[in-house]
Ligand binder design. Sequence first.
Ligand code: TYM
Length: 329
Amino acid sequence: MKIVLSGIRSTGHLHLGNYFGALKNFTQLQHQAKCYFFIADLHSLTTHPKSEEFHSNVKIILSEYLACGLDPEKSSLYVQSSVPEVSELYVLLNMLSYKGELERTASFKDKVRLNPNNVNAGLLTYPVLMAADILVHRANWVPVGKDQEQHLEITRLLARRFNKLYDVDVFPEPEAYNFGNNLVKIPGLDGSGKMGKSEGNGIYLIDDQKTITKKVMRAVTDSGPTTPGSPMSPEITNLFTLLSVVSEPQVVSYFREQYDKCTIRYGDLKKQLAADICKHTLPIRARIEEIFNDNAYLKYVIEKGTSEARASAEATMKLVREAVGFKLF
Ligand code: TYM
């Protein structure tokens, strides 16, 4: 049986990018494979969140996961820091990771550019911790968005390197997974390439209808097509990408035709887009608050998931320690 793992940092609320990039695939996969889904609280430490907010950030993401349809009876849900085997594997994989290759990752370069005063070692080795998350369960599939492709490549590289160095076959090489389709990249509403938590350009699963409509109506557009067949600007391409994710195909082709005939009214497209986003997110929103206030349920989910995840991680670490040469006196 295939093993699936995915995770999300515990920073801020979940947005459409998280949902359509990772969670939606995951909620489908949990019916066909052994699935682990975790909250990356250690990863979130690279940006030094306040201690008094640390736990509530985790609780928010857990409630949102469950509201999206993750089923604790089918998947194991846990918090990264509660599985210490992950940190142990992270140390060992760090010995196989080279500064030059980590410095070349696009996400590291972006972070350095955006935050030149906080270039900590955790940021540099972010992909190594991610590799530890995945390899500790010997996962085969990792449902993630397009932004994580390069991190998956590093994971495969480290899996191969470990197996070769110790002449073992402990780690499979995991694949980024999206039901045989291309990986998804959900764009922001500001004309930028990616919807993100730190970019402030997102629609969140907890947003109400009014907020969603307001955000979509304010999305950046251009002055409209003037000649049929002229190339589409990045801002309008983004709106069509969002539409193709949330709307029926005939709705997308209707607006595409209007665009090609230069008769499109961006206001109409945005109204439709906002309504179709609401169809996906409002039922989830309704469940979030209820789950967030049910502490006993959250405790049950996490205790069950943690013990399952630790059993799987411990089995891997036994093989890893043996391969490296750790022995008891
Ligand atoms: P994070 O928290 O930035 O995002 C969580 C998941 O959401 C996806 N995603 C997107 N997909 C499409 N379009 C977008 N605009 C978009 N924004 C986010 C991400 O691809 C991801 O799947 N490093 C990871 C967390 C992590 C992880 C792991 C994931 C830590 N260890 C092991 C998988 C396996 C991250 O920061 O995701």
